[in-house]
Design a binder for this molecule. Structure first.
Ligand code: GRG
Length: 296
């Protein structure tokens, strides 16, 4: 296994390699896609994919196109989330949001372009293994895992509940649905897809799914806490928006103290899910610990 920063360097080095050539008439589209991809980001999701593949004994070179595709999907969701029709944000990753630089029309298309590119890249990878049914099945399962958790029963469903939740009564069930689907699904997808590419068995998939779902929900709860009391400079975007918009989230339903307690409980549960792997799972245990105390 490599360190988080080593996996992250690999992602940053190859992130735009898989985007197909674009005609010069669509040059601004590619520029806008690359702008949002390269202005920063923790790369948590693609790192998780490479690390999970490595953990299961797979080849991370084969996993790289999936890891980059996952970051394309995540970046598209941020571009669309920042649009005036959604959260209307001016800053993301410490830089002007995509629509502030390229306009709403190109920002919408850049998001569409990133999502479509992810599907194109992953299905292209599946086709490469057509002569090897066993490997092809692993790749097809990984691609399906990513697209379905990013889809209408996953991230897009969660975002819908979030957008509409602004105007609803605060409700614990709704908050749980939003955390699980808007956020935890896109953290679970890379873990499961990476394991699938590496040929993990069902027992490993199950243990890591619990780990990823708990880590993903914890990630969103800390995001809500940081929106309440975090440092805008460090986070790279405006804070306090959830409260202003009357958003339905863990902090507004349960309060700050309960949110901190739940963050800690979920992080402990996530670590416990991997206890059977002992020190072999240190990468994931340490990552959960780092995510619990992140400031951005
Ligand atoms: C528009 C379909 C659609 C979905 C949007 C991801 C998302 C769903 C909305 C973004 C707003 C938000 C706070 C989502 C929760 C997930 C989250 C905390 C995203 C930010 O992820 P980080 O912190 O971002 O990993 P970086 O910039 O580091 O990659």
């Amino acid at each position: 296994m490599l360190s988080f920063d080593e996996y992250k360097s690999l992602i940053n080095k190859h992130l735009t390699d898989f985007i197909p050539e674009t005609d010069c008439k669509a040059a601004v589209l590619r520029e806008s896609m690359e702008y949002s991809l390269t202005i920063g980001g923790k790369r948590l999701r693609p790192v998780l994919l490479l690390a999970a593949c490595d953990f299961a004994g797979g080849d991370i070179d084969q996993a790289l196109p999936y890891a980059c595709s996952l970051e394309y999907i995540h970046t598209y969701s941020l571009i669309h989330d920042d649009l005036p029709a959604m959260d209307n944000d001016d800053l993301r990753r410490g830089k002007p949001t995509n629509h502030k630089v390229y306009g709403d029309d190109i920002a919408i298309l850049a998001g569409d372009g990133l999502l479509n590119t992810a599907a194109e890249v992953m299905t292209g990878e599946v086709i490469k293994y057509a002569g090897h049914p066993h490997l092809m099945e692993r790749h097809a399962r990984a691609a399906h895992e990513i697209m379905s958790r990013a889809g209408i029963r996953g991230m897009i469903g969660g975002q819908t509940a979030d957008v509409k939740g602004e105007y609803m009564e605060a409700d614990a069930d709704l908050v749980k649905y939003i955390e699980l689907h808007k956020t935890a699904d896109l953290i679970t997808a890379p873990v499961r897809a990476g394991l699938m590419l590496g040929g993990a068995d069902d027992e490993m998939l199950e243990a890591f799914t619990s780990y990823a779902l708990d880590t993903g929900v914890a990630f969103q709860i800390l995001d809500d806490i940081l929106d309440f009391e975090g440092d805008a400079e460090l986070i790279g975007k405006e804070v306090g928006k959830d409260k202003d918009l009357g958003k339905c989230n863990y902090v507004c339903v349960h309060g700050l103290d309960a949110a901190r307690a739940e963050l800690h409980r979920l992080t402990s549960d996530a670590k416990a899910s991997l206890s059977r792997y002992g020190s072999d799972a240190d990468f994931f245990i340490e990552l959960a610990g780092m995510l619990e105390i992140r400031k951005y």
